[in-house]
Design a protein around this ligand. Structure first.
Ligand SMILES: [Fe+2]
Ligand SMILES: [Fe+2]
Length: 452
């Protein structure tokens, strides 16, 4: 027979740890216990639990089997995490550390401690839930997400990023943009990361074209933000890149539809007045080349070219006999001709372009000293595209034949531009035009022969 006795000292009860001695042979029952163990299990006193069977305390049978298997095979268990059954039948997370003690030929008991780890488990569960949410979000979001350290090395990426790179997530960690993108592009990305790291400021919604490892281009929008540690020190960057190629393609399609429509209008203009048509085509070429010389990007060049092609579209509603009248025009007639800028503005103002096409066209007869029409705008009140159009327009008109006069020639056109440089025309633009003529051996650089 076992002697039943309780560990009564306040020391064991204040430990916050449940203590027990549980007989396995010859009798199966608690031999000793303390009130903390009772508390852990939801009982009011140790007297209440002393008659319980340990086997019945396991919430799941398989846990009980595993427990005894370890005890039997190793003679002890160390921090065995398990759910026990409370008085109210609820599961309680505990950790059991116990040893199997044998005395004499048939006395066998377990001696150990029980720690309440429910708080710890709850925190662990919350944390892992949060981690799962986070991971779920990261892995299901159709954007490329990446985390980088202070040296811009990748610490973590989401599934979408890895799929884009055609590599497992793990193989991307430790690499940098230089491992995936062409040098020039990686340098730009590196510079952006460094900007975020050194200034602590985010880069929000930067639109750029990137080349993928398979060689295809895509249009993306990227946001990069700094990551901080608990002390508020920047420890890296986090970025989200969204593929906008589909939208960009749609936009391009929409644009090309618009351009086709305008092309039809242009052809109508050509049939009616071939001089104006070849004029607008040439002005478009001149303006585009000047803008390119000034270092404008491709998107803006497209806008420039389009503005050149459309700038005199408003002439479609001016009577031909006035448009091609030899000699001086009356004030009334001249007023009618001037209306072509307003006409054109009205024609295209409601079309959605990614650049202010209607305004550019509206301003192509303005001069930087305020001597132009229709609004006598000055300097930077005139859009840069319109300032280029002004120079291109004069250059083309003066060098081409008109039904009402002979061509005045390239020398006179250059003289006019130089004379008006700084007053009517922007010097930078005049310089670019003269440079282009010189580079083309002092000849027109926009005629078919020179552009082939
Ligand atoms: Fe015009
Ligand atoms: Fe013109």
């Amino acid at each position: 027979m076992w002697d039943t006795f309780y560990l009564n000292t306040s020391t064991t009860d204040n430990l916050g740890i449940g203590l027990f001695k549980y007989g396995l042979s010859p009798e199966v029952r608690f031999i000793t216990t303390n009130s903390t163990l009772a508390q852990i299990l939801g009982y009011s006193s140790k007297e209440e639990i002393i008659w319980l069977k340990l086997d019945n305390l396991f919430f799941k049978n398989e846990d009980k089997d595993r427990f005894y298997e370890i005890v039997r095979s190793q003679g002890k268990v160390n921090f065995f995490e398990v759910m026990l059954r409370s008085k109210s039948e609820d599961p309680i997370w505990v950790a059991i550390t116990a040893s199997l003690v044998k005395e004499g030929w048939n006395k066998e008991y377990l001696e150990g401690i029980v720690e309440d780890i429910s708080n710890h488990k709850k925190m662990e569960e919350e944390l892992s839930l949060e981690r799962d949410y986070m991971q779920g979000l990261l892995d299901h979001i159709p954007d490329a997400i990446y985390f980088k350290d202070l040296k811009n090395r990748i610490i973590k990426v989401n599934k979408f990023y890895a799929e884009g790179m055609k590599l497992p997530q793990g193989q991307i960690v430790g690499k940098s943009d230089f491992d995936f993108f062409p040098k020039e592009q990686a340098e730009k990305m590196f510079a952006d990361d460094n900007y975020v790291l050194t200034t602590g400021k985010p880069i929000i919604g930067k639109i750029e074209r990137t080349i993928l490892p398979n060689g295809s281009w895509n249009q993306v929008i990227t946001t990069k933000i700094p990551m901080y540690d608990k002390e508020g020190k920047v420890i890296g960057t986090m970025g989200v890149t969204r593929d906008m190629t589909v939208y960009a393609n749609l936009e391009r399609e929409r644009m090309s539809m618009l351009i086709n429509t305008l092309d039809v209008l242009g052809r109508a203009l050509e049939q009616r007045d071939p001089y104006t048509f070849s004029h607008t085509r040439n002005v478009a070429t001149i303006a585009e080349k000047i803008a390119r010389t000034l270092g404008w990007d491709e998107n803006r060049l497209l806008g420039m070219r389009l503005a050149g092609e459309l700038h005199d579209l408003g002439k479609i509603s001016i009577p031909l006999d006035i448009l091609n009248k030899p000699g001086r025009l009356s004030d009334l007639e001249y007023g009618l001709v001037q209306e072509h800028v307003q006409n054109c503005y009205n024609l295209i103002k409601d079309m959605a372009f990614p650049f202010p096409l209607a305004d550019i066209v509206y301003q192509h007869h303005e001069r930087i000293d305020g001597s132009g029409y229709p609004n006598r705008l000055k300097d930077d009140k005139i859009l840069p595209e319109a300032r280029i159009l002004a120079v291109s327009d004069v250059l083309e008109s003066m060098t081409s034949f008109r039904p009402y006069r002979e061509a005045l020639g390239l020398d006179m056109a250059q003289a006019e531009l130089k004379d008006g440089s700084g007053s009517r025309y922007e010097p930078r633009i005049v310089e670019a035009a003269i440079k282009l003529i010189q580079e083309n051996g002092g000849k027109e650089f926009w005629t078919d022969a020179s552009t082939q």
